[in-house]
Design a protein around this ligand. Sequence first.
Ligand SMILES: [Zn+2]
Ligand SMILES: [Zn+2]
Length: 280
Amino acid sequence: MEIRFWGTRGSIPAPGPLTLEFGGNTTCVEVVLSSGQRVVIDGGTGMRLWGQDLTKVEDPVRFHLLLTHGHWDHLLGIPFCEPIYRPATEIIVDGWLRAFQAMTRIFDNHLGNGFFPVAFDQLKAQIHFVPRLAYGPLTLGETVITAINLNHPQGGLGFRFQEGRHALVFITDNELGAAQGQRFPEFVKFCQGCDLLVHDAQYLPAELKERRGWGHSTYEEVVKLAVAAEAQRLLLTHHDPGRSDVEVKAIVEKARRLAAEQEYHISIEAAWEGGTFKVP
Ligand SMILES: [Zn+2]
Ligand SMILES: [Zn+2]
């Protein structure tokens, strides 16, 4: 399978000269399974570019949309994803149950008439809500997808894609240290032996004191998880909107040093817009 990043930013888009390298769009990730089936995780602002790109090569468009949770930075791109206005498009939406409602509310916000010009029921695409992952594994061709509950305000799900012996884990908006890291072993088990681990590393250790309970992790916690789970490759994501490219690179350097100190050989990078990785 192959994963491609269309948005790697957390909380709010952060375009500008300081974020050119890692990108300013919020979370949207495409996973093309070995069967050729397309899965998109989250509909952050990166989804606009994904839709634009895909319609050039594929018509009709059919894909699974897995929503990690309902926070706006993970949904804002959906109304601007071109295929959603085409009748031949088929979208199967799965993931965090409460995110389904959040997705429709991006279009239909009754509290503020004038919030968005298009109503959800005016969309042309065939959109099916088929909640499977909240209850158990979802099998698509050769791929088995499983989910884990996140430590995040209002909850959410992280996903593991297993193809034979190989696995990709995508976890964002997750506070590994929540409640003194009580659930840490559970996350280690979920990520165990994966080829590629993608995890939220929005905060610096020094920032965490004031942001405990906000639902994000530090590179220190994420490296600890990667080492404990014996992951082979680590990508940090959900970069803080205030973090420049130079600062993101400094975080990567620190994460690499931390792993080296533990004599653990692992490739560590920060996810960037356009970054594509194959598993295995
Ligand atoms: Zn987020
Ligand atoms: Zn969130």
